[in-house]
Design a protein around this ligand. Sequence first.
Ligand code: SAH
Length: 239
Amino acid sequence: MTWRATVLTLFPEMFPGPLGVSLAGRALAGGLWALEVRDIRNSATDRHRSVDDTPAGGGPGMVLRADVLARAIDAAEVSPDRPRLLMSPRGRPLTQSRVAELAGGTGPLIVCGRFEGVDQRVIEARGLEEVSIGDYVLSGGELPAMTLIDACVRLLPGVMGKAKSGADESFSHGLLEYPQYTRPQEFEGRPVPDVLLSGDHARVDAWRQAEAEALTRARRPDLWAARSRQIPPKSKTGG
Ligand code: SAH
């Protein structure tokens, strides 16, 4: 079955947007994945087709109504085995391992919030899993949804040139990726590191591993610490 993303949004015209070009776009055109975009406003029932209202208890902005959003979710008729996500700065931060999990399934339903967010009751009543793309606030869930979809799509079988290229990247082994080089062999007095031109694959691999470890240690002590927790230290003989 083709991996499918079903997106609920108030701005369907934003899609496919960046998902329609390059790697993801070619894969979409080639039928390697499918995108279904549904307008939440089609589930509004009043004369003005309103989807939001003022927050209970007061405060600034508007909140997406629970009834309208619930109708939109129900109308999408996604099978129960598909994850139902709500893009939200309050959600669990998205990681490469969660992306790989989502890419391995049949594809999620993704609700894009707007305004101040969505009525809490629809999150609970429809079992939405809140997912954040980082500790900053955007004006809507569409860019976060595209981010998540792009990250998943590039892992789908046949999308990336070499099947292996996803396995080697930043985060896939709990490390940031080693530095990359290409032509010219010398750029403004900076040569490509000798080892990469040696043709000795074992040495190249060892160099890349060491660089990846050094980078991760320096830039992401959080990732480094998590990694050392996962890899138990070798037991010392006689200790
Ligand atoms: N008042 C909310 C923010 C609303 S931003 C709060 O303080 O938590 C409007 C919408 O943009 C959200 O409903 C969500 O769908 C989306 N959004 C904004 N920032 C996001 C982020 N970092 N990750 C995922 N979605 C985000």
